[in-house]
Design a binder for this molecule. Structure first.
Ligand code: HXC
Length: 262
């Protein structure tokens, strides 16, 4: 769409992939409310656009995002943040149906780390630094970091990050399972790699991709027994789609599938 934004850049580097770039370079992409409103709008539009199969979210070489905007936050009172549901709209990203891939270079701190954790796949540049430094500001993570990290890396490592505010580098983040991969050196490399993952996902059946995202996310909410049943039911349901017929017919006929997302 032709929407003009002030805090983000939106482009379509592949026919079926939308790239959103956080763009407050002077503030290391600190996440203020104006930026978040724009980010939610751009991603919701991409999510609803039938021609889009996946989204990539990135920042700059120096910073994915250095956290919530401390200057915007510092004078807020309890009644402000409670009445206005401060941060509630952050979780809209976690409710998108299509996959969002975070391409992280440089600082992903506080709310920036939490934003990356809301994405479905995180790729990191060797320069990436993750951390929850809120403890240094007299607060704690408020955008889901304590919960999503605990699910991902367990109690001891989460406690260390949240209670000391120490940053970890890309290699440590990969070892701990926060990121799926650290890509090669070089400017723009992580975005390039994220775009190629997004392009690959966008070449699949959108229905199957959305179902895959839904069932993996269910693993964080359900018991194993409920989760297995949920997966099997969703799997059964895919036999009602044209894309299942096409995908399996194409295999049997030794040709490439032509998914119609129906
Ligand atoms: C507002 C920020 C900012 C932030 C950086 N800036 N981070 N402004 N909010 N989170 C601004 C700086 O004030 C400075 O503006 C400019 O960006 C460049 O930053 P420098 O500090 O000069 O850069 P550098 O020395 O390279 O240090 C980088 C840094 C440091 C280590 C990342 O900026 C830093 O510690 N930032 C704060 C990190 C943090 O605490 N994040 C958690 C925020 S709390 P000027 O105008 O001086 O040039 C949070 C809560 C989440 O996220 C809860 C809910 C989501």
């Amino acid at each position: 769409s032709g929407t003009q934004y002030e805090n983000i850049l939106v482009s379509r580097p592949e026919p079926n992939v939308v790239l959103v770039t956080l763009n407050r370079p002077k503030a290391l992409n600190a996440l203020n409310s104006a930026l978040f409103k724009e980010l939610n709008k751009a991603l919701a539009e991409a999510d609803q656009d039938d021609s889009v199969g996946a989204m990539v979210l990135t920042g700059s070489e120096k910073a994915f995002a250095a956290g919530a905007d401390i200057k915007e936050m510092k004078d807020k009172t309890y009644s402000d943040v409670y009445k206005n549901k401060f941060l509630e709209n952050w979780s809209e990203i976690a409710n998108l149906r299509k996959p969002v891939i975070a391409a992280v270079s440089g600082f992903a701190l506080g709310g920036g780390c939490e934003l990356a954790l809301m994405c479905d796949i995180i790729l990191a540049s060797p320069t990436a630094k993750f951390g929850q430094p809120e403890i240094n500001l007299g607060v704690i993570p408020g955008g889901g970091g304590s919960q999503r990290l605990a699910h991902t890396i367990g109690k001891s490592k989460t406690m260390e990050l949240v209670l000391t505010g120490r940053n970890i580098n890309a290699e440590e983040a990969e070892r701990w399972g926060i990121v799926s991969r650290v890509v090669g050196e070089g400017e723009g490399q992580v975005v390039k790699e994220a775009l190629s993952v997004a392009k690959l996902i966008a070449s699949k059946s959108q229905i199957a991709v959305q179902a895959g995202k839904e069932v993996v996310n269910a693993a964080y909410e359900l018991s194993l027994e409920e989760g297995l049943r949920f997966e099997r039911r969703i799997f059964h349901g895919l036999f009602a789609t044209n894309d299942q017929k096409e995908g399996m017919a194409a295999f049997a006929e030794k040709r490439k599938p032509n998914f119609t997302h129906s």
